[in-house]
Design a protein around this ligand. Structure first.
Ligand SMILES: [Cu+2]
Length: 119
């Protein structure tokens, strides 16, 4: 009986973590011009959804405040871009997406998740 309770509690916690990291909706949408600041803190990129125009280079400046090793890299898998993010030091990436579409950017464990929307 006690084991069952513990298991149920564990499942509940896992469910909350899944919801928080994978299912909660991105909060922000931002049109691009110049440099876009992306804050890396508290398990989310802010903004987590960034809209840019196709064929134009976009500069994203990541500022990591989260000391967790989870946040130490940002990866744009589909674009072949990866960068280390030192704590408290802005890291600027210039990205030139050619084709429109949605490009995910994540930490190396895919807990931080964002989307670059190219139109
Ligand atoms: Cu991570």
């Amino acid at each position: 009986m006690t084991d069952l309770t513990v298991n149920l509690a564990g499942i509940l916690v896992i469910g909350l973590i899944v919801w928080w990291f994978w299912l909660s909706k991105p909060k922000a949408l931002q049109a691009a011009s110049g440099v876009i600041d992306v804050l890396v803190e508290g398990g989310v990129y802010t903004p987590a959804r960034i809209e840019v125009a196709a064929g134009q280079p976009v500069r994203l400046r990541f500022l990591r405040k989260d000391p967790s090793p989870c946040a130490e890299k940002v990866l744009f898998d589909d674009l072949g871009i990866a960068a280390d993010l030192p704590i408290g030091q802005p890291v600027e990436l210039t990205i030139s997406p050619k084709a429109s579409g949605e490009y995910a950017f994540t930490c190396q464990m895919q807990m931080y998740r964002g989307t670059l929307v190219v139109r």
